[in-house]
Design a protein around this ligand. Sequence first.
Ligand code: 13P
Length: 256
Amino acid sequence: MSVLAKEQEEAFMKKLIAGNWKMNGDIDEARTLIADIVNGLYAREELLDTCKFLVCPPLLHIASVRHALVGYPKISIGGQDCSESENGAHTGDVSASMLLDAGCTYVIVGHSERRTDHKESDSQVKAKAQQALANDLKPIICVGETLEQREAGDALSVVEAQLKGSLPDEGQWGEIIIAYEPVWAIGTGKVASLDDIAEMHAHIRAIVGARVRILYGGSMKPDNAKEILAVANVDGGLIGGASLKAVDFIGIGRAA
Ligand code: 13P
């Protein structure tokens, strides 16, 4: 095994299990969910030693989740988006430094739902990732093809172009994370085949090198997580629907 491959294997031995709660739940539900996650994970501390866990609640629930996590430092908090600007007249936006201040250590940027709903471009996603890095947050940069693009045989080139447009400048790659989320697999119950995941993750690895963690996202559940997380170059999962039930979220950690 090459030195680089060995370094990578050691660095990512702990899979990152990241829950993206999206725009779901009121404050009471967020409190219940995080309490159930804490109780479930801290009851099986071996899980906390074998995986890293991250929750990305809706912005308004971050404070409650942070409060619930006092004394439970092995569960991290992330934002679901940040502004591409440092601060100032940007009504409705939230800056990376505000997320840091609120207790976040990660932030998702360029999720396909934001690329679609808010027409975010690769260059905006890159600016957001750079803001995150400048404020000591680890950006989770999302990429993924649509069904149409996959069926046209363009999945690899589409993701490569997204990556090249969305990645911060190369000197800053130490703290970034990539999430490959095929758009057609998000919230649909359809999962990419293991061969397709392996092919795409190897392609991304060839672009970003050994030191960047690569997550898979798209209908990951406790019953398919084990085989997906065992695919080469899959260093964790970004989980939507199944992260809203503590037992499923923890179940994915167990599968890892
Ligand atoms: P689902 O797990 O609901 O398919 O969502 C995946 C996702 O978009 C995570 O960011």
